[in-house]
Design a protein around this ligand. Structure first.
Ligand code: NAI
Length: 327
């Protein structure tokens, strides 16, 4: 049994804790850390497996009963809390992004490199869970089968229903960062350029937040992403992607179903009632990611599907390219 400590028990931390306890048979959350004491207590009452609760994450990291850490605090705390994981040599799954600034992302990457090299093993995974999503995996399979010819460009939709506190830069560094990871994973190519645009402003967003965002991003293999990321006002949590290939296309719909489109059979995606956030849409991805993480800790066999801190640094750097042009 792998005993997990969760740092940050908001939407994601509580979600991961429930998934670990309910869906991962050989792991249990026994410790939690958050600055919000009443929120922690409510989660502890719900889970009934919590032995340790603390406002100080270092207490969890150093606790010998805790085998592994899951970091789900706000982005700006990831780098410092990863330092605790390195200090106490705890295998850790840290939510994306690696850090909220490029400076922090580069510094923590160097520190992770050094500790992992000295231990001779991987300690840190970053929670780019779309790599475990059955829909994205299916799209990658269809593209790689070659039956639609080579991929040319991708039409991407990433819309949040509401995102209190987000900034113009944050739309890229917190949200579009998923796109910079998943299409690099899908097409096995590096990014070359990112060009952001702000179309007509939505009054659903604060005046100083350039929402919605449109961006064109080009990969070194020539594939182009035509993407929309919105933080506020969308009709629910709406993520879609259509990979357009030479003789057809494949679209991942808002409900995770995959439609393949050719002249002979043009499939449509499902419709229905939308959710206001990501938990339901990516539930299977989160569960499969957690199972893979625990299996990696138990067996010591590296799962190469995970985003490493180096992959996450590239996603941060690419998002920053766009953010620098989008202030
Ligand atoms: P949230 O605001 O719901 O929860 C954050 C929690 O962290 C709160 O309970 C807050 O009290 C706590 N917190 C604040 N400062 C802290 C500190 N210094 N140490 C420990 N806890 C602290 O935010 P949410 O949506 O759960 O996001 C958490 C992380 O997960 C973020 O990094 C975000 O980018 C990422 N995320 C990932 C998603 C994915 O699909 N992979 C989806 C949404 C968020």
């Amino acid at each position: 049994m792998i005993k997990v400590g969760v740092i940050g028990t908001g939407v994601m931390g509580a979600g991961h804790a429930r998934f670990i306890n309910q869906n991962v048979s050989n792991a249990q959350v026994i410790g939690i850390s958050d600055i919000n004491v009443s929120g922690m207590q409510a989660l502890s009452d719900e889970l009934k497996t919590i032995k340790f609760q603390t406002t100080n994450p270092e207490e969890l990291a150093q606790n010998p009963e805790i085998d592994a850490l899951l970091i789900a605090s706000p982005d700006q705390f990831h780098a410092d809390q990863l330092r605790l994981a390195l200090k106490y040599k705890k295998p850790t799954l840290c939510e994306k992004p690696l850090a909220s600034t490029l400076e922090d992302a580069r510094a923590i990457t160097k520190e992770i490199d050094e500790v992992e090299a000295s231990l001779g093993k991987k300690l840190i995974n970053i929670g780019f869970m779309r790599r475990f999503d059955p829909g994205f995996i299916k799209v990658k399979e269809v593209v790689n089968s070659g039956k639609l010819g080579k991929p040319l460009y991708v039409r991407v939709v990433s819309r949040n229903h509401f995102s209190p506190g987000t900034t113009s830069e944050g739309i890229l560094i917190n949200s579009a960062v998923h796109d910079f990871d998943i299409y690099r994973w899908m097409f096995n190519s590096e990014w070359e350029s990112v060009q952001p645009f702000h179309p007509r402003h939505t009054d659903q967003a604060p005046e100083d937040v350039k929402d919605p965002l449109i961006f064109i991003a080009k990969m070194k293999n020539g594939i182009v992403l035509m993407a929309n990321a919105s933080a506020n006002g969308a009709a629910g949590y709406d993520t879609r992607a259509e990979v357009v290939c030479e003789t057809g296309s494949v679209e991942l719909g808002p409900f995770g179903d995959v439609a393949v489109r050719t002249l002979d059979n043009f499939e449509a995606n499902k419709g229905g009632k939308m959710e206001i956030n990501w938990m339901k849409k990516f539930e299977q991805a989160y569960i499969d990611e957690l199972k893979a993480w625990i299996a990696e800790i138990e067996t010591g066999v590296v799962n190469t599907n995970f985003a490493t801190h180096r992959d996450a640094l590239i996603a941060n750097e690419t998002a920053q390219l766009g953010a620098d042009l989008f202030r």
